[in-house]
Design a protein around this ligand. Structure first.
Ligand code: FES
Length: 213
């Protein structure tokens, strides 16, 4: 998957890593976003910059269906419009105060985000379940060399030597870094899941060292 992801779905996190009422930083290419989940369970992707004075919204907090900035407490709805400014409690914030939001899709235990209007739906991995995510300090080519296999057009790679059903979803973060989401066959045993998790660690080390399996 290339770093210019405009119009494409990018896998940014495992659903299990984003509990309700939390916010975390995530990456689409080189851009950091604030990924959060409301109390009702809705996943939301917002620009990671508060329109007030630029604080990272991924440092903020979630209350109910809104994300609040940690600095002066401006509160933003899932749609991005500002709901409340604590220093002016009687003011209805104008519609012009809003944070950019991005389309989000959630399926197969993965959270996908798109910049721009996405074409279609994210790829499905119905026979797989999520395992873990890691950031590799190496580009996709180094990971492919370490794994002895190429990623397909969806960014999915099956290592040449791997525990049952291991699949790696790669997304280019720029600056020679890659986000890797590991998936494993849904019927994998706990032992196979542990072995697959170790395999991901091994691949990370080999890719970062420029080595191969
Ligand atoms: S910088 Fe976010 S509320 Fe002030």
């Amino acid at each position: 998957m290339h770093s210019d992801t405009t119009g494409q779905w990018t896998p940014v996190a495992l659903s299990a890593d984003l509990p309700a009422k939390t916010v975390m930083p995530a990456r689409i290419g080189a851009e950091t976003i604030a990924l959060w989940r409301s109390a009702s369970g809705e996943a939301v992707a917002s620009a990671d910059r508060c329109p007030h004075r630029g604080m990272r919204l991924s440092h903020g907090f979630v209350r109910g269906e809104a994300l609040s900035c940690i600095y002066h407490g401006w509160r933003y709805a899932r749609s991005g419009n500002c709901l409340h400014i604590p220093a002016h409690p009687g003011l209805a914030p104008p519609e012009t105060i809003r944070v950019a939001t991005y389309p989000v899709a959630e399926q197969n235990g993965l959270v996908w985000v798109a910049k721009g209007a996405p074409a279609g739906q994210p790829p499905r991995f119905d026979k797989l379940s999520p395992l873990r995510s890691v950031t590799v300090m190496a580009g996709i080519a180094a990971i492919e060399a370490a794994a002895g296999a190429k990623a397909n057009a969806d960014g999915a790679l099956t290592p040449a030597v791997a525990p049952q059903g291991l699949c790696l979803l790669l997304s280019d973060l720029g600056d020679g870094q890659t986000c890797v989401h590991g998936l494993i066959a849904r019927d994998a045993t706990p032992q196979q899941r542990i072995a697959a998790s170790r395999e991901i660690e091994t691949l990370r080390r080999l890719a970062e060292e420029g080595a191969t399996l």
